[in-house]
Design a protein around this ligand. Structure first.
Ligand SMILES: NC(=O)C1=CN([C@@H]2O[C@H](COP(=O)(O)OP(=O)(O)OC[C@H]3O[C@@H](n4cnc5c(N)ncnc54)[C@H](OP(=O)(O)O)[C@@H]3O)[C@@H](O)[C@H]2O)[C@@H](O)CC1
Ligand SMILES: Nc1ncnc2c1ncn2[C@@H]1O[C@H](COP(=O)(O)OP(=O)(O)O)[C@@H](O)[C@H]1O
Ligand SMILES: [Mg+2]
Length: 281
């Protein structure tokens, strides 16, 4: 057994910051979600709605042109910036100053998307959450790991993790390799699974919330939105990852007695975020 710190309510209460009474949307954090491609704009809708519902004052989505109306209609509270290309992201360019950026949900791996992702990494200064195809692009271009801002948060599922660090022959080896990766590139790795572990250098955290209802499309896209939101609200990267993973899992624990396992979908995570936050008050 590899020793780990449980991510439970006690751990949460060390970090959780209730909302200040005199706050306003301008200081409550601005999250930017970059992602989507033709047929996968839903991933950005889920991620950016989750960012709002996790407490951000402002959320902007950067999507290919085909995503403009979809995001505006699905979530009117979210602002939308569009790429010049219709079906994929080819030129990440914006004149806002987000407090944190989540990149990857539904973004695909088009050559143009890979190129602009490299340019983005070279210029970006904002704290990052990297998920899905942005992780897969990094796995194909391992030299780019060096461009990640220190304390970036990576959120791979097991297959994405294998693409990042290579195959493992035992659970122990998987953790060893992820710890080395985290230390080498100074990143926080959210090893999604059942349960999810968070690796920060040599420290391993193990989540205690969540259940198989989360095995549903878009569940990880929602987690990216939640963690990006917390990061934008000023939580330190490790705290944002821990709190995000805990709340994400808790929504399923709260919802399942009403929805059952089968009928729980990623939007139910978003719908139960309020109840999850209230349990910390
Ligand atoms: N509505 C939308 O717009 C949605 C858009 N989405 C977007 O689609 C893009 C592709 O994302 P993706 O994760 O589906 O593809 P990919 O990286 O090939 O991984 C799939 C393979 O990984 C494995 N695997 C996964 N989990 C595992 C586990 N827990 N434990 C073990 N293995 C596990 C499993 O491999 P297998 O077991 O089949 O060998 C599976 O076949 C991405 O950009 C995402 O954001 C989706 O979020 C859906 C909603
Ligand atoms: N059986 C399970 N028990 C607990 N959590 C699960 C289970 N299956 C999946 N999850 C969680 O659901 C999420 C799935 O993420 P991911 O595979 O990236 O989904 P997607 O790409 O479809 O959004 C992760 O947070 C993972 O930990
Ligand atoms: Mg995913």
């Amino acid at each position: 057994m590899i020793p780990s710190i449980p991510i439970d309510k006690n751990e949460m209460l060390k970090y959780y910051k209730p909302i200040a009474i005199d706050t306003h949307k301008g200081i409550q954090g601005h999250a930017l979600i970059i992602g989507g491609s033709y047929g996968k704009i839903g991933a950005v809708c889920l991620s950016s709605k989750a960012a709002l519902k996790a407490g951000c004052g402002l959320v902007t989505a950067f999507v290919p042109r085909c995503g403009y109306e979809i995001v505006q209609i699905a979530i009117p509270e979210v602002m939308v910036l569009t790429d010049v290309k219709k079906k994929c992201i080819s030129n990440i360019s914006f004149d806002i100053q987000p407090d944190a950026i989540g990149i990857g949900p539904g973004i695909g791996q088009d050559e143009l998307t890979q190129k602009t992702f490299l340019k983005f990494l070279k210029n970006n200064k904002a704290p990052l959450v990297i998920d899905a195809d942005a992780l897969n692009i990094l796995s194909k271009n391992k030299a780019w790991f060096l461009l990640l801002p220190s304390r970036s948060i990576l959120t791979p599922h097991p297959k994405e993790l294998e693409r990042l660090i290579g195959e493992w022959n035992s659970e122990e080896e998987k953790f060893e390799k992820t710890i080395s990766f985290s230390m080498q590139y100074h990143v926080v790795v959210v090893m999604k699974g059942a349960p999810t572990h968070i690796i920060d250098g040599q420290t391993i955290y193990k989540n205690t919330t969540g259940n198989p209802a989360l095995a549903t499309a878009g569940s990880g896209d929602v987690l990216t939105g939640i963690i990006t939101s917390l990061l934008a609200q000023g939580y330190e990267p490790l705290q944002a990852a821990i709190l995000g993973v805990y709340l994400h899992g808790l929504t399923a624990d709260i919802a399942v007695p009403k929805t059952g396992f089968q009928s729980f979908v990623a939007s139910d995570i978003i719908d139960h975020l309020g109840a999850a936050f209230l349990s910390l008050e």
